[in-house]
Design a protein around this ligand. Structure first.
Ligand code: AMP
Length: 258
């Protein structure tokens, strides 16, 4: 589902569901578009596509670690160190933070998808600097979603932002040649974000931008030959990926302890 108002993006979401749930899920999507914090959608597009069960790849959700910082500046500092720990070059990590802060699209606003950045050189590799690369066709199975929601509720994290970001990050970091992912939201009132990798799991960071800031985005850090990039982008955008196992949800760690 994609929803807009006055040509401006309001909300987007997607699901991988059995066909008998289609009508209920489509109705949920419409509700979501109409009740978004960015305003009510004037135009809602829903597209539906059949996927052969044999095409599905299955995965296990990343473990979640919840890092509580006291300012967005601390959050960005922590994100940088985490990216370096994931083998991203320090200068490249700094560049990525600056690009997200300044608005990574050529017009200085948020991109629709993610930047693809070479983890060693910092070179931007996405073909379209406004659209970027859109991770797509991933979801949690119904059982995994139920289990995850009860685990998140214990930590006060049972919300759509966390669930959808964990799902997306799990697919992205399992893509061939992806080293790590970094994200903060473009929702003006959602200030958290994360660094994720197979090695470190999903490291939620509680505060990464000032309140009211609409610029946000995602970076997929890669170590890939030019020849394999096409395959990577096709996998991220088109490979159906269903998460049917849930990892650990860990208690919060505070800035002083990190
Ligand atoms: P959100 O977490 O929905 O607030 O999105 C934050 C930013 O991540 C957006 O501004 C986009 O730049 C990027 N983004 C959103 N959805 C995707 C996606 N499916 N794949 C890649 N990047 C995305």
């Amino acid at each position: 589902m994609r929803a807009e108002s006055n040509g401006k993006h309001i909300s987007g979401a997607e699901r991988l569901v059995p066909i008998d749930q289609l009508e209920v899920v489509a109705a949920e999507m419409v509700q979501r578009a109409l009740r978004h914090s960015r305003g009510r959608a004037e135009q809602i597009n829903i597209s539906v596509e059949e996927i052969a069960p044999a095409a599905l790849q299955f995965g296990c959700l990343l473990d979640l670690h919840n890092n509580q910082v006291q300012s967005w500046q601390q959050g960005r500092e922590l994100a940088k160190e985490m990216l370096v720990n994931c083998t991203v070059n320090r200068k490249v990590a700094e560049l990525a933070i600056k690009l997200l802060a300044d608005g990574a699209a050529p017009n200085g606003q948020s991109m629709r998808g993610a930047m693809l950045i070479d983890a060693d050189s910092g070179q931007r590799l996405e073909a379209d600097l406004t659209r970027g690369v859109r991770a797509s066709r991933m979801d949690l199975s119904a059982d995994a979603l139920l289990q995850l929601r009860s685990l998140l509720a214990v930590h006060g994290l049972d919300n759509a932002h966390v669930i959808e970001a964990l799902t997306l990050a799990t697919k992205v970091v399992h893509a061939p040649t992806v080293v790590a992912e970094f994200c903060w939201s473009d929702d003006p009132d959602y200030l958290a974000g994360y660094v994720a990798s197979v090695k470190t799991g999903y490291q939620r960071i509680s505060w990464l931008k000032p309140m009211g800031e609409e610029r946000g985005g995602r970076v997929f850090f890669v170590r890939s030959s030019k020849e394999r990039l096409g395959y990577l982008v096709a996998w991220l955008e088109r490979q159906p990926y269903l998460i049917n196992r849930v990892g650990q949800i860990n208690p919060p760690r505070f800035w002083e302890e990190i």
